[in-house]
Design a binder for this molecule. Structure first.
Ligand code: HEC
Length: 378
């Protein structure tokens, strides 16, 4: 697929740097010519951009009948009903980040921000007269930096229990990560609006109402995984599982971090607690697969001689490919539509150990679709 121009790791690195806010995002396709700012008209024409990038799936007229055959239909823009919001801003996010769990790719690596905004306007033009919905006064919206809210949450899926101590982390990329905080586990990911603070309505104790559509449930929404920490000082029994509650949450440089606070004590009674770990999560597209990345960081100079950190998935996962330098591709074999986990561990110059877990889903696991992922691991 053409999303990987420049080599997979260049893209991965760019995405990561982008997520860290160290490079400008969505600015790399400035057309040549008039040196920035004003650009050649043909590159910013909604209709020609649409025909080149979108028509194969959404149809030449926007009716949803493109030439690419998929498991699920692409959206008809003529009808104008959007699950993830119909405002120019919401459509811009959908086009930039794609829709996790579906074949709708994210375009932020192939199109500039200006081009994605023009396409958002063009998609609105294709549809019927838009109906503008005024957000309720208690609705919280993420504008330019992440928002973090704690409170009670309704069940994330049928058959699940409500969450007394919940946490919602809404990113500027339009994804909301929904956690239980005791123990701290990611329950699922939503896309669309952020949250309605019904708990402000005068009556105490009311739940937060997440507004986004659930695009991914971690282990069916009842996730209860633990962490495994490799303790270098004890190779005889190297993997020790730990549980954690929520520590602090911080937002800095446009990234929301959630800190794990370990519970219990070391079973060997000697080495103390594992190193401090914090997590941030954001939308990502890898080799054409939409999904999200969880980035975990731990100080590399901890007493543990921190080597590796891994999630023990509750569901049965099988390893698809093992690469050098801590790269691993796993597959969750339980679902009709399987989920892939691309894992990568690294230690950075500033003495921080990092684990990325990309959760990718939505495409059929044909050899062609999988090729890009397997290449990334090698
Ligand atoms: C590989 C096929 C494919 C391509 C290429 C593609 N889309 Fe999509 N798109 C989809 C599918 C499938 C869906 C429906 C996802 C779902 O089930 O919700 C979708 C959904 C959407 C939605 C609806 C989101 C909502 O709120 O419901 C928008 C907007 C959209 N695409 C815009 C675009 C634009 C603009 C382009 C070109 C820049 C594009 N798409 C290219 C497959 C594609």
């Amino acid at each position: 697929m053409k999303y990987l121009a420049g080599g997979p790791w260049v893209v991965m690195a760019a995405i990561f740097a982008c997520a860290l806010g160290t490079v400008g995002c969505g600015e790399k396709t400035d057309p040549p010519g008039d040196g920035g700012g004003e650009v050649a008209e043909v590159d910013l024409d909604g209709s020609s951009l649409y025909q080149a990038q979108c028509a194969m799936c959404h149809g030449v007229t926007g009716d949803g009948n493109g030439i690419v055959v998929m498991d699920r239909p692409a959206r008809s823009f003529k009808k104008g009903a959007f699950s993830f919001g119909n405002t120019p801003e919401a459509l811009f996010r959908t086009i930039s980040n794609g829709i996790g769990g579906t074949p709708m790719p994210g375009f932020k690596e192939v199109l500039s921000e200006a081009q994605c905004r023009i396409l958002a306007d063009y998609v609105i033009e294709l549809g019927p007269e838009p109906i503008t919905v005024q957000p309720g006064q208690s609705e919280y919206r993420v504008v330019d930096k992440p928002l973090v809210i704690r409170g009670g949450l309704p069940p994330i899926a049928d058959g699940m229990a409500p969450v007394t101590r919940g946490l919602l982390v809404g990113g500027a990329d339009g994804l909301t990560f929904e956690y239980n905080t005791k123990p701290l586990v990611l329950l699922g990911v939503r896309q669309g609006g952020f949250v309605d603070r019904k708990d402000w309505g005068g009556r105490g104790g009311a739940e937060l109402q997440p507004l986004g559509v659930v695009s991914h449930l971690v282990d069916g929404g009842g996730s209860s995984f633990m962490w495994a920490i490799f303790v270098a000082s004890n190779t005889a029994d190297p993997w020790m599982p730990w549980m954690a509650n929520l520590g602090a949450t911080t937002v800095s440089d446009g990234i929301a971090w959630v800190e794990y606070k370990w519970t219990g004590t070391d079973v060997n009674g000697s080495a103390g607690l594992p190193p401090q770990i914090r997590e941030s999560a954001q939308a990502i597209t890898v080799a054409g697969w939409p999904g999200y990345r969880r980035t975990f960081e731990a100080p590399g100079d901890s007493a543990f001689g921190f080597m590796q950190l891994a999630q023990l998935h509750v569901s049965k996962v099988t390893v698809v490919a093992v690469g050098k330098a801590g790269r691993l591709l796993r597959r969750n074999g339980d679902d009709a539509l399987p989920t892939y986990f691309l894992e990568h561990t690294a230690t950075s110059d500033n003495n921080v150990s990092t684990l990325w877990v990309d959760t990718l889903y939505g495409l059929k696991p044909t050899e062609e679709n999988l090729r890009g992922l397997k290449e990334l691991v090698q």
